[in-house]
Design a protein around this ligand. Structure first.
Ligand code: ZN
Length: 199
C-alpha cells in the first residue's frame, strides 16, 4: 500500500497528472480547492461583490465539479457573488433529457437558481426542427454554431455579463491540437482534426 504524499497517513488514491503526486482523496480535494481559490484571487475573477454570475451547466462532470467547487469556495471565502446555473437545451429528443435531470439535481444540491433555455427560445428553432429541414447530414454544423453562441445569448437574456465554464485538461489539449492542425493544414476541417487530437 502506498501512502498519501501529503498526509502520509491515508492510502493514496489518485495520481495527479500535473506533477505525478500520489494523494489520498481528502488531500487531493484540499489541493484542488486551494488552487482554484488562488486562481480566482490572482485573476480578480470575483471583483464585484453582489454580482450574479452564470455557470454553464451541461450535466456532465466538468460543469458539475465547477458548480460544486464554486459553492464550497463562495461559502468558505465569502466572495459575495451569486451563481446561476445556465443550461442550454438543444431540443434533440432523447439527447439532453438525462443530463438536464442531473442539472436539476445540482441546482437543489448546491442551492443555485437554475435557468434552462432552449434553442427554440434563443433562436426560434429546435435541433429536431433543423434536422427536419436540412436532414441528418450537416446538421452538426448548425448545432455547433448555435452552441457557441447559446450561453452568451442566454446570459444576456438574464442580464448577466460573466459566464464560467468548466473544462478539463484533455479538452484544452484537444483544442490546442485542433488549432495547430487547422493552421498547418487549413483544408482539414475541425472534425478531422478532432479525431486526430483524440489519438
Ligand atoms: Zn492525504
Amino acid at each position: 500500500m502506498q501512502f498519501c504524499a501529503v498526509c502520509n497517513t491515508n492510502r493514496a488514491q489518485v495520481i495527479r497528472p500535473k506533477n505525478g503526486q500520489k494523494l489520498c482523496s481528502q488531500c487531493f480535494l484540499d489541493a484542488f480547492e486551494a488552487e482554484v481559490h488562488t486562481t480566482i484571487l490572482e485573476n480578480g475573477i470575483f471583483s464585484n461583490r453582489g454580482e450574479r454570475i452564470a455557470v454553464g451547466a451541461s450535466g456532465g462532470k466538468d460543469s458539475t465539479v465547477l458548480a460544486a467547487v464554486l459553492k464550497t469556495l463562495n461559502e468558505r471565502y465569502n466572495y459575495g457573488v451569486e451563481f446561476v446555473l445556465l443550461s442550454i437545451d438543444e431540443g434533440i429528443h432523447g439527447y439532453r433529457d438525462d443530463s438536464l435531470e442531473t442539472v436539476k439535481r445540482n441546482a437543489v444540491q448546491y442551492s443555485m437558481e437554475l435557468c434552462i433555455l432552449g434553442y427554440d427560445m434563443l433562436y426560434g428553432w429546435t435541433m429536431d426542427q433543423v434536422v427536419e429541414k436540412v436532414g441528418r447530414k450537416g446538421n452538426c454544423t448548425y448545432c455547433g454554431v448555435f452552441r457557441r453562441q447559446a450561453l452568451d445569448r442566454g446570459a444576456r437574456r438574464l442580464g448577466i455579463s460573466h459566464i464560467l465554464t468548466g473544462h478539463n485538461a484533455d479538452d484544452i489539449a484537444e483544442t490546442i491540437l485542433m488549432n495547430c492542425k487547422t493552421m498547418i493544414c487549413p483544408d482539414i476541417d475541425a472534425k478531422d482534426a478532432s479525431m486526430v487530437a483524440q489519438h
